[in-house]
Design a binder for this molecule. Structure first.
Ligand SMILES: [Fe+2]
Length: 231
């Protein structure tokens, strides 16, 4: 059955899925987060009535927004407490590293993933990084992923903070309207937020069995089967 499913996916799509599993294998804080970000981003894109073909590519590309983190030490990514300025600069480099990993592809979905990885920390007002892009100069799908990414990060526990409540998260999103986030995209996101399937904090850490390769292969199978069911 897996063999049949693999034939449905293009090699490009499958490699992108496997790269996403690489991110999760590096940092288990990303397990669940990457999937939810993609889900929220696609729900927002659907509400905005974007082209279904673009949404299908977004579903595959969005989970790679943080792929550059595979080059960064876990102690830094999950450091409890405040980062120093130099540590912050290293963490910020995950955007340019992600672009170096994915950029220049002839596969449209990989190029989209590269653009999202590069631009998901740009801010609407030009105060973001790495290029200080502003407004519509930021790829629209990266602006969508930025909202989904921050929302899920706020709602999830990290080593340096507890999960925020839904009300706290909404308040923070609104505070960043027109600063960090595209105001019109944010307005639509706030409208669909009550209907999102998992508007709950996720406190559970994944239970990784002793063999770290086992869950990865299980996740690959699940991903391929999910993709097949979508088609
Ligand atoms: Fe990021």
């Amino acid at each position: 059955m897996i063999g049949e499913t693999s034939c449905i996916l293009s090699p490009g799509d499958e490699i992108v899925i496997r790269l996403r599993l690489t991110c999760e294998a590096h940092d288990d804080a990303l397990v669940g987060h990457l999937d939810r970000v993609a889900l929220y981003a696609c729900e927002l894109a659907t509400a905005l009535q974007l082209d279904p073909a673009d949404i299908a590519q977004l579903r595959i590309a969005a989970p790679l927004h943080d792929i550059g983190k595979v080059a960064l030490p876990l102690e830094l990514l999950n450091k409890p407490g405040r980062l120093t300025n130099s540590e912050m600069e290293i963490v910020k480099s995950h955007t340019t590293i992600g672009y170096r990993i994915l950029g220049g592809s002839k596969w449209p979905v990989v190029q989209l993933a590269a653009d999202i990885a590069h631009s998901h920390h740009e801010n609407w007002d030009g105060s973001g990084y790495p290029r200080a892009l502003a407004g519509e100069k930021i790829h629209r799908l990266a602006r969508i992923v930025a909202i989904a990414d921050v929302y899920d990060a706020l709602r999830s526990p990290r080593t340096y903070k507890p999960a925020w409540t839904l009300e706290q998260a909404i308040e923070e999103l609104k505070r960043q309207r027109g600063i960090k986030f595209d105001p019109l995209l944010l307005d639509t996101f706030l409208k669909i937020l009550p209907n999102l399937p998992t508007a709950q904090p996720t406190d559970a850490k994944p239970n990784l069995p002793a063999d770290p390769l086992q869950p990865i292969s299980a996740r690959i199978s699940a991903q391929l089967l999910t993709k097949s069911a979508d088609q």
